[in-house]
Write a protein that binds this ligand. Structure first.
Ligand code: 5GP
Length: 219
């Protein structure tokens, strides 16, 4: 797909016909969120994704304005205090935030936006933007999550234990989401996720004038 690197907008997609919706995916680390997100972006060209601001350092290969906008803590706090963010949160000691105006512009143009944000951020966003689908992806069990985190071979035991403890805190927040998907089988989880997304695109809020335009023929 063709991405305009300044906005991560897919310039090939047909975005006419309705307003954009937000699809927010929250999941404890090791639940398969990244794999599921990549598949959705590949299958549905109407998606763009939100580029967050962060105070963490760029990792190797990450590009400013494409992966994140990397800013200092001072710049971040200035923007936050000026109401620049639709939501923001402190994750692992660093700040992360979603720019409000850029998000609303993309929705207005008809792009659907996929968000990979933490649970605190998702609940703030839900307060501002209800048209969309807020999905919580669950591990099948604690044991399975531990096995997956160990199987990745990237984290030491202390990090794995911290991620498991974080997962518990995140799972305690799962009750208000629109959809729960247990990722015990990737194909099944993907099928459920795309169904939840498609259902959300059919909501009256995303096409508020549809019925009126069809009823023109009766007038
Ligand atoms: P990373 O630093 O590994 O890219 O991301 C760390 C965490 O920050 C992830 O759990 C991700 O979901 C979360 N995150 C990334 N961007 C945002 C954002 O704009 N807002 C919030 N609330 N969380 C974010």
């Amino acid at each position: 797909m063709t991405l305009d690197t300044s906005s991560n907008v897919n310039t090939d997609s047909d975005i006419t016909g309705r307003r954009g919706i937000v699809l927010v995916l929250c999941a404890p680390s090791g639940t398969g969120k990244t794999t599921l997100t990549k598949r959705l972006l590949k299958e549905f060209p109407r998606f763009s994704f939100s580029i967050s601001y962060t105070t963490r350092q760029p990792r190797e290969g990450e590009v400013h304005g494409k992966d994140y906008f990397f800013v200092t803590e001072e710049e971040f706090c200035e923007k936050r205090d000026a109401g620049f963010f639709a939501e923001w949160a402190e994750v692992h000691g660093k700040f992360y935030g979603t720019p409000k105006e850029a998000t609303l512009n993309m929705l207005e143009q008809g792009y659907d936006i996929i968000f990979d944000i933490d649970v605190q951020g998702a609940s703030q966003l839900y307060g501002n933007l209800k048209q969309g689908c807020y999905v919580f992806i669950l591990p099948p069990s604690r044991e399975e999550l531990e096995n997956r985190l160990r199987g990745r071979g990237t984290d030491d035991e202390a990090t794995i234990m911290r991620r498991i403890a974080n997962a518990q805190k995140e799972l305690e927040q799962a009750h208000w989401f629109n959809a729960w998907i247990v990722n015990d089988d990737l194909e099944k989880a993907y099928d459920q996720l795309r169904s939840a997304y498609i259902a959300a695109t059919l909501s009256p809020q995303s096409s508020p004038d549809l019925v009126d335009s069809i009823m023109e023929d009766w007038r």
